[in-house]
Design a protein around this ligand. Structure first.
Ligand SMILES: *Cc1c(COP(=O)(O)O)cnc(C)c1O
Length: 480
């Protein structure tokens, strides 16, 4: 007998394939229809039967699956499809403000305010005192003024929008002067020269990559200058033989020619980072928004979801007359924030009025303030339960590591931290390590670490829900 006919002899008959109806009437079929609706379940069962048919025709099946099996397969598919695409993740990368993982976690107060705003109509642009139209910015303007010392403030979608709107308002059809040392790319398509072009502003570069002097700026200012822009070099540092013009001096130069100084702070912070972590604080002083305003910047732009620890927003604070102009720009409408984020933002900013309890309430600060000693003792307590869940195939060790703030805040500074270092037992090849990282990403709440020096590092800095972490890890399918 040749191979071909042996194959067709073993092939089950497609006539015995159960009908869609029969599969839907099995317990698993009924459950799938109950959970996902009859029409989704019918489609999934039909697809599962189609797959069986294809396998039979390809000679890959010795026997037909039972109707129950087909229903279970369809149910699995539907359950997988029902998982949110925007899945929750345990961020154990060691980067606190991880842009790809959604940056700042909101304080409970902000979460509650956002949820309340989602459920109900709110006085978004409505003055309850007078019954007349109000302004969206009213809910946070006074807080921002109070916290930054600026004359006025407005809020837009993110800091990229804040920069775009400011440039367009103050500089369209005119020139913006920037040091060559500050022509940054933040990531994605956010490159300062491109943003300028889109804002309708002509870029005038001054100085060199490493050194820019006061006379470089003074030499190009003219009637055509719309603004002088200073940009926080968020994600890199130029070191060695360098010179930049301090903001205060730059303000004097710009103001002498009647030109406004705009300072894009990037992350921006409302508190002194050097106060974090007590006496052994590993962080350098980062200029606060208040200091930057006091140094004479006419406009300061910064982010809501970086060090500030709030929802994605961008702030424009500064001189009242300029903010008024910015608010009149028709682009403002296209960049505005919705009621949900505004509610979360107001609640977040209010926490700053109580600095003593800020670090306890604001997750970003709380995570940055955790000490290595604390994290190492948590790592030691977690090592055994994690080992139990991973089985014998992996060695687990508690190691010192360094976390980062992320999102371009203090790019060279690290925070002493502790991690669980996981290595495949007796196997130096990287295959099992990346298989393990893959299995962790498939968990109900994905666990994302980082691979370094032949180990998967789970940095504990951002792990607060340890029970939830172990629970999720309990579902792991350990790679062979
Ligand atoms: C992060 C950053 C931006 C962009 O801010 P988003 O809030 O991400 O839009 C702009 N400028 C600088 C200097 C930054 O660091």
């Amino acid at each position: 007998m040749d191979a071909e006919s042996r194959l067709s002899e073993n092939r089950p008959s497609l006539r015995d394939l159960p009908s869609v109806d029969l599969v839907l009437k099995t317990p698993a079929g009924l459950l799938a229809a109950e959970r996902f609706g009859r029409s989704r379940a019918t489609l999934a069962v039909r697809a599962a039967l189609e797959e069986v048919r294809a396998c039979v025709l390809a000679g890959q099946l010795a026997a037909l699956p039972s109707p129950d099996h087909v229903a279970l397969a369809a149910g699995d598919t539907l359950a997988r499809e029902a998982l949110p695409s925007l899945r929750p993740v345990f961020n154990l990368t060691g980067t606190v403000l991880h842009t790809n993982l959604g940056r700042a976690l909101l304080a409970e107060e902000a979460v509650e305010a956002a949820v309340a705003a989602m459920r109900s109509a709110v006085a978004l642009e409505f003055d309850l005192a007078t019954g007349t139209r109000g302004e969206r910015d009213d809910h946070v303007r006074d807080l921002l003024v109070e916290l930054t010392g600026a004359e006025d403030a407005t809020v837009v979608n993110n800091n990229a929008a804040a920069v775009l709107l400011t440039l367009n308002t103050l500089g369209a059809g005119r020139e913006a002067v920037v040091s060559r040392g500050e022509l940054i790319e933040i990531g994605g398509a956010f490159r300062m020269p491109d943003i300028m072009a889109r804002a309708g502003v002509t870029l005038v570069e001054v100085g060199t990559t490493n050194r820019t002097h006061p006379k470089d700026y003074a030499g190009v200012l003219s009637e055509d200058t719309g603004l002088v822009l200073k940009v926080h070099t968020s994600n890199y540092r130029i070191e060695g033989f360098t010179r930049e013009v301090p903001a205060r001096e730059l303000a004097t130069i710009a103001h002498a020619r009647g030109v406004p100084l705009v300072n894009d702070l990037g992350s921006g912070t409302l508190f002194d980072l050097a106060r974090i972590g007590g006496a052994q604080s590993a962080l350098a002083h980062e200029p606060t928004v208040r200091e930057t305003v006091a140094e004479g910047a006419d406009i300061v732009t910064f982010s809501g979801d970086k060090l500030l620890g709030g929802p994605q927003t961008g702030f424009i604070v500064g001189r009242a007359a300029l903010i008024e102009k910015i608010n009149r720009n028709p682009m403002k409408r296209a960049l505005r924030v919705d009621k949900i984020r505004l509610a979360a933002l107001e609640a977040t900013l209010k926490l700053y009025r109580d600095p003593e309890r800020l670090a306890a309430r604001l997750p970003t600060l709380r995570l940055l303030a955790r000490t290595r000693a604390d994290l190492a003792s948590r790592a030691r307590a977690l090592a055994d339960p994690v080992a139990t869940r991973l089985g014998d195939g992996f060695d687990i060790e508690v190691v010192d590591c360094a976390s980062q703030i992320g999102s371009g805040a203090l790019p060279l500074e690290t925070l002493p931290s502790a991690a669980l270092a996981i290595r495949p037992a007796g196997d130096a090849s990287g295959g099992r390590l990346s298989a393990l990282a893959g299995a962790l990403r498939e968990l109900p709440v994905a666990i994302v670490g980082r691979i370094a020096e032949g180990a998967l590092l789970l940095d504990l800095r951002c792990l607060e829900d340890e029970a939830g972490f172990l629970d999720s890890l309990g579902h792991i399918r350990v790679p062979a």
